[in-house]
Design a protein around this ligand. Structure first.
Ligand code: B3K
Ligand code: ZN
Length: 879
């Protein structure tokens, strides 16, 4: 089998060198035209290296150089060299101003990195290395410059001209053009530069900071979307208040702008004072957006806002430090959402996401430490490991230090490093210094990849009235790291007595309120608790206090007990999930075994009975583990058997409790409201509907009727979409009419049509592959719009029985689409290719087909650096 040859330089963390020059000031002038944009740049260079340098390389990519001057002199041939990836200045003086003029082609920029023209707007995306596609520059995060930016464009097409900071002046010029000049007073790295030009409406609001400054808040959207910014604006204001209250951090400019676009590679971007957002995380109305869309907006708006301090004011020295801003900011946005909504439900959702994306990554060929050691394309490292596992590491520090001490560490971090480009090490040092704590062992979490397995066992001594708990850890090998050291694992725990109450902790560790954090630092440690007159059941890793796989020796009875009585919401959920996984695995291994054993049935019954429980939490408890998660627990993923077993369990739970589901379905009906209680009720009600429809009993036909009614009469998208999805994916339902109806109703709303595409691509039926081929030639499909491509290809890859069809047809089809996408948008292609990397988890026939798909891609002509790296890391070195 051939593997792609390394096409690009691999950058090593240890090779970091401080830049020899700084550019404290940069003046840009852009004449915007979709076909030919001209960019004039004045860069003020100042040498910081002690001695002169012979060569000063500047980054530049896809630029057409029109003129090049140094201090007003045209550069002679012996004074510079053009290279494949930029421009090298030869023997530059100590200080000078470089003036360059380049031409770019924004409309042809379908990679959506740098300056691009899409949907009638000019937009930029510079993180990580997009600025070099705008002008020649030291495009690295440790070069901070003050930017002055002048934009010129035809007033008719681009009435709005935006860049970072403050608008200093505007004016008209010849032939219907106009201009605007912006200055950002805060020095920033190139990756935080942004500009936008287009015909946009603006929704305005104001925010008064804790110290009494007024900030103008502006959300720029298409005219017809102005009514759909309520959630975004409200979330922004709440996030601003929260950062003041929890971290003492205020916003620092007079204006905070958000621009929404349909053409964006990811969720959003925290450019200083001018965030650019995927419209998905800005626009919402009850008719077009689901409850989870609303929650997504709240958390992404907050995330980008929080970056203003964790990322922008204190920025990164180099890209290996990415988790310094991302892990920390995800932790902050998770905590914000936990404070706004139900903390327990939020934590369950966060862990579910971590397990769905990060655990598989950590267990496969793309595994890397939270602080990676090497990369060829940095965009491939915006991963669940850097983001979500990175957030878990911050959470563990928070747990280990405590809330007040964590805040002290943060204060010191900001105090020491405001305005600087720093490292993860600097963050840890601030946490240590502020609290006189030693986190040296903790650093291993940043350098070691792989998910530790935590094994727990324990025994009660009825004579001594004591309980001894033993914890053992082991981290499996990952690519490039064959041996692993123990890491410090904080294990929040309690001991529950047979009435479900917490026993006071004494002995090894004290915990008067019955809760404590054990710190497992060695491979194995034991703790003995005393004064326990009755046997106890431990509740371990409460709130999921560390990103590990917990394997405990408790039997079904103990799990069933915890599923009903654990007072930690996460652990209660975890216990019932474990029961379900165990039952499902047994049914997968032997299809004659019922997936609904007595202990799971009883736990389900008790939750269904408990009408006092918060409906959102109740819905979480009753939601079955996903097929992927079940597969994760097997050494070889049994694709079809998992699908069958899970379907059967859903049916059995549906049929067994039909009456209760039916009562819930009727009792929970209510006119649309947006508060947490109403959201939980909708979620539970739609879960009831799905169980009733799945059940084989008499209710099924009647329920399909209900679903059709719900689809037709819903006063919100959550209910409408839930019914739509059930009907489209129902094995015996002809979906043609409803698909047509939905499309007709919503064809003017791209975000809703994305749902229409993805639900079809995710339908678990044999004919789906064929249907997806049709979707790709549908008039509304557009290869240049990442949301649309992700809706179809992402939906398809998340459809286990179709993507992993035993004959390999899903893989071959999928790889073909990735191949095509790579020529248009390499970043999105590389990201979508990652499911193919998990081939080792499947049977021999599938392995072979997945590798063939990867090899086909490896052999592609003009393979992008992005995709090449993913494929190269996915395929075995040689065999
Ligand atoms: N910092 C951006 C992500 C940039 C991704 C570049 N490929 C969004 C965020 O994490 O807030
Ligand atoms: Zn971020």
């Amino acid at each position: 089998m051939s593997t792609p040859s390394p096409q690009a330089m691999v950058i090593q963390r240890g090779d970091y060198r401080a830049p020899s020059y700084q550019i404290p000031e940069i003046i840009l002038d852009l004449r915007l035209d979709p076909e030919n944009t001209e960019v004039l740049a004045h860069l003020h260079f100042r040498r910081v290296a002690a001695s002169p340098v012979a060569e000063l390389p500047l980054n530049g990519e896809a630029l057409e150089l029109l003129s090049l001057q140094r201090d007003d002199q045209v550069l002679a041939e012996h004074e510079y060299r053009l290279t494949e990836d930029g421009l090298v200045l030869l023997n530059p003086p100590e200080t000078f101003v470089l003036k360059t003029k380049v031409r770019l082609h924004p409309a042809a920029n379908t990679a959506l990195s740098g300056l691009y023209h899409a949907g009638g707007q000019f937009l930029t995306q510079c993180e990580a290395e997009g600025f070099r596609r705008i002008t020649y520059m030291l495009d690295r995060p440790d070069c901070l410059a003050r930017f002055t930016v002048t934009l010129h464009a035809p007033q008719k097409h681009c009435p709005v001209l935006l860049a970072n900071g403050n608008c200093m002046a505007m004016g008209r010029e010849a032939e219907g053009w106009h201009w605007a000049r912006w200055e950002d007073p805060f020095p920033k790295p190139t990756y935080l530069f942004a500009m936008v030009a287009g015909d946009l409406a603006v929704v305005r609001d104001r925010y008064r900071t804790a110290s009494g400054r007024d900030v103008a808040l502006e959300i720029y959207v298409a005219e017809r979307d102005t009514a759909a910014c309520v959630q975004a604006m409200d979330s922004l204001k709440r996030a601003m208040r929260w950062d003041e209250e929890v971290y003492g951090r205020e916003y620092d400019l007079d204006r905070y702008m958000i621009v929404a676009t349909d053409s964006f590679n990811m969720g959003a971007m925290e450019n200083k004072g001018l965030n650019i957002f995927n419209a998905k995380y800005v626009l919402a109305s009850p008719e077009t957006a689901t409850d989870s869309d609303y929650q997504g907006i709240e958390s992404v708006i907050a995330h980008e806002y929080f970056h203003n301090w964790t990322g922008n004011r204190v920025t990164l020295r180099d890209w290996f430090q990415l988790s310094l801003k991302e892990g920390l900011t995800v932790f902050r946005d998770q905590e914000f959402s936990a404070d706004q909504n139900s903390r327990g439900v939020q934590r369950i959702g966060d862990v579910r996401r971590l397990r769905a994306a990060q655990f598989p990554e950590d267990a496969g060929p793309l595994a890397h430490p939270v602080r990676p050691e090497a990369y060829s394309e940095i965009n491939n490292f915006y991963t669940a490991t850097v983001y979500e596992k990175g957030a878990e590491l911050i959470r563990m520090i928070h747990t280990l230090l405590g809330k007040t001490q964590f805040r002290q560490g943060m204060d010191l971090y900001f105090q020491r490093h405001d305005g600087h480009a720093v490292t993860i090490e600097d963050f840890l040092a601030a946490m240590e210094a502020a609290n006189q704590r030693d986190l040296s062992g903790f650093r291993r979490w940043y350098s070691q990849a792989g998910t530790p397995v935590l094994r727990a066992s324990g025994s009660y001594d009825p004579v001594q009235h004591s309980y001894t708990l033993t914890l053992h850890q082991e981290t499996p090998a990952t690519p490039g790291q064959s041996t692993k050291e123990p890491v410090p694992i904080p294990v929040r725990m309690a001991l529950l007595n047979t009435q479900g109450q917490r026993a006071p902790l004494s002995g090894a560790i004290e915990g008067p309120d019955g809760e404590a954090v054990l710190l497992l630092e060695q491979r194995e440690q034991s703790w003995t608790f005393v004064n326990l007159p009755d046997p106890v059941i431990p509740s371990l890793l409460r709130g999921f206090s560390a990103p590990v796989r917990l394997e405990s020796a408790w039997d079904d009875e103990a799990c069933g007990f915890l599923a009903c009585y654990d007072d930690d919401p996460f652990n209660r959920w975890e216990s019932i999930q474990n029961l379900a996984v165990k039952a499902l695995l047994a049914a997968v291994a032997d299809s004659s075994v019922t997936p609904l054993p007595a202990v799971l049935r009883d736990a389900t019954a008790s939750i269904l009975r408990d009408d006092a429980l918060d409906p959102a939490f109740r819905a979480e408890l009753l939601t079955l583990p996903s097929e992927d998660y079940i597969g994760e627990q097997m050494s070889v993923v049994a694709v079809e058997a998992i699908h069958r077993a899970r379907d059967t369990l859903r049916q059995d739970i549906g049929a067994r409790f039909a009456e209760k589901w039916m009562a819930l379905y009727h009792d929970l009906a209510a006119p649309y409201q947006r508060d947490g209680l109403a959201i939980g009720r909708r979620r539970l009600r739609n879960l009831a509907l799905s169980h009733l429809i799945a059940s084989d009993g008499d209710s099924r036909e009647a329920m399909a009727l209900h679903a059709r009614q719900q689809y037709a009469q819903a006063d919100n998208m959550t209910d409408r979409l839930a019914a739509f999805q059930l009907l489209v994916q129902h094995p015996h339902h002809d979906a043609k009419d409803i698909l047509l109806d939905f499309y007709r109703k919503w064809h003017g709303y791209p975000l809703v049509i994305d749902k229409w595409f993805s639900i079809q691509a995710a339908t678990p039926r044999p004919e789906t592959l064929h249907q997806v081929e049709h979707l790709l030639v549908h008039p509304a499909f557009d290869w240049r719009v990442p949301n649309r491509v992700r809706a179809v290809l992402g939906g398809f890859a998340a459809n286990p029985t179709v993507f992993h069809a035993a004959d390999g047809s899903g893989y071959a089809f999928y790889a073909e689409q990735i191949r095509r996408l790579d020529d248009i948008n390499p970043q999105t292609a590389a990201r979508l290719a990652t499911p193919l990397s998990r081939w080792r988890r499947y049977d021999a026939q599938r392995q072979q087909a997945m590798r063939a798909a990867l090899t086909m891609l490896a052999d592609k002509a003009k393979l992008s650096r992005d995709l090449a790296e993913v494929i190269q890391r996915s395929l075995p070195v040689k065999d």
